[in-house]
Design a protein. Sequence first.
Length: 506
Amino acid sequence: MSRAVLQVFEEYQKARVTFVQTVADLATRPQNIDALTNAGVMALLRPLLLDSVASIQQSAALALGRMANYSEELAESVVTHEILPQLVYSLAQQNRFYKKAAAFVLRAVAKHSPPLAQAVIDSGALDALVMCLEEFDPTVKEAAAWALGYIARHSKDLAQSVVDAGAVPLLVLSFQEPELTLKRITASALSDISKHSPQLAQLVVDAGAVTLLTKEISNNDAPLKRQVCSCLSQIAKHSVDLAEVVVESEIFPTILHCLKDVDESVRKNAATCVRELSRHTPDLAKLIVNAGGIAAMVDFVNEARGNCRLPGIMTLGYVAAFSETLALAVVVSKGVPPLKDALISEPEDHVKAAAAWSLGQIGRHSPDHARALAEADVLRRMLAVYLHQDSSEDLQIKTKRALKSIIQKCTHLPALEPLIDSPPNILKYVIQQFAKVLPNDIDARRAFVQSGSLQKVQEVGAETGSKLQDFIDSINMLYPPEIVQYYSPNYADKLLSKMEEFNPSG
């Protein structure tokens, strides 16, 4: 071939290389994406995926991946330009660099929505991606595991498709490789599969993942610990059996050390894992208490702020809900003050609501439990949150239920007296408690008068025939009529009218 002809081909190749590399670089900056799209770059990149030069293929795939990653609209454009089947075909044929780039495109498309993830499956990508998990190069495995995780995370059906393609055993094998990034990504993919149903989580367990995951809780790498704790919590949440598998892998006390980790996400994910273990049975809750889990969780709730606090708050509530003894363990571990603090100081209503719910679970068991909350001034604070004009409906429902359950157990009357100013739907429970306790305690009856509470009760405008009025009548019957009369709102007016009617001269 003459030199002149060769030069034409060399210049054409050089132009293609320059074009595709420049587009790939431009696609890294969001401000360039619209201009590239308007210039019809998708249609120009598509044939370059089958270029005779491997580096051009890789750069074209990389550029497409970056664009698909940018928005759902561009990911859809990749699908409509029928680029996916081309990628999948090349995935089985090309070198490791191309495989990484192609898997990146598939991941970038799949991440946006279930229909796009389904489009990736329909292109035949699953088998090719699973084959990539058997590659020698760990970076190819990473790219494939990442794409599989992004497909599985959307729905149970999509995750089932990933499982049916035989991905789980290979993901577990990849997790055992020494490369940290590969461990992180495979743990994340296993988490995305496990989260949808007990059956999918069981398949991950059956592949021997739990013991391997638990060993890495003590790893020094924070991103890996995050993913491991997340995956274990996704497995444990589904059923008692799965939670027991996680516990039996000797997760305690190692996971409790993660509650003190320097990385906030590790702390939160570890707390979430403990929460998922605590919610199933009294035995599992007891195991957490015996492992020192409650003291560790109280410290976590004390130190955490915002949304990070939520799993710790819920754990204390779940444990306390099971029995008087377990609720007492939360009280003894000084669990009430941080829950009260969350109720008062957290800006998010859903965190406040969780704190109210957990306090209700502690206080609903017995008079002693209720008194522990009452003496910590929880009842008054809860009422203030319930009455606050900015409180959401859910927060009001949760605080009302918690107040009701605590008040109905509270026999420490001085703690109930500040609640006499409550609205009628709370007040009836407060007055009912007075009506229950006062008949059996003469000292309490005297203190009730001296504190001004009897007078306040007389000032309550209850409807005749209502339960509230019945409770008030029950209290009034415990005192001589003249005392009740003396503390009635109109007593002074009656005395004055009597004075006017009185004729001293007879």
